[in-house]
Design a protein around this ligand. Structure first.
Ligand code: FES
Ligand code: FES
Length: 168
């Protein structure tokens, strides 16, 4: 038995027949070919499958596709500002050497882009960032460079938002 779902993914709308037990992760990867979202554990532990559901980060291996019916989904393929330009958070991670094998990176990016927009982010310490990112496991980097990249991104953002930073 299949169910019809309507998914709004990265600004496009898809109507799909899905199994009632199909996860959002499976549908994104297998039906829509959006393989940037990775499967690590499949049990909500590693964060590799993180996408935004109505703007909030979720582990897509724990969300059924039918639960995403008529909702807005953003994947790693949907965040760049243009074909040539990375999202600024992606660029920061690259510049800080926070990417090694890259398997965790899509999930790290999706979590980070919402983290840096939190109202309280401007006062986050590195420990706060570690806590915020604790649902995203990385077996390569030891986390230090990921945390530094996000911390520095927030510091730069703070500077640019002060009157001096805006050149006012
Ligand atoms: S694959 Fe979803 S949390 Fe690991
Ligand atoms: S860069 Fe390899 S798992 Fe994070």
């Amino acid at each position: 038995m299949f169910k019809i779902v309507t998914l709004h993914v990265n600004g496009k709308t898809f109507e799909l027949n899905v199994k009632p037990n199909a996860t959002l992760l499976q549908v994104l990867r297998d039906e829509l070919g959006l393989t940037g979202t990775k499967e690590g554990c499949g049990t909500g532990e590693c964060g590799a499958c993180t996408v935004l559901l109505d703007g909030k980060p979720v582990t897509s291996c724990l969300v059924l596709a039918v639960q995403a019916n008529n909702r807005k989904i953003t994947t790693i393929e949907g965040i760049a500002t243009s074909e040539e330009e990375l999202h600024p958070v992606q660029r920061t991670l690259v510049e800080h050497g926070a990417i090694q094998c890259g398997y965790c990176t899509p999930g790290v990016v999706m979590r980070s882009i919402t983290l840096v927009e939190k109202p309280e982010a401007s006062s986050f310490t590195k420990d706060d960032i570690r806590d915020e990112m604790s649902g995203n496991l990385c077996r390569c980097t030891g986390y230090q460079k990921i945390v530094e990249a996000i911390y520095n991104y927030i510091q730069d953002k703070n500077k640019n938002e002060t009157p001096e930073g805006r050149g006012v």
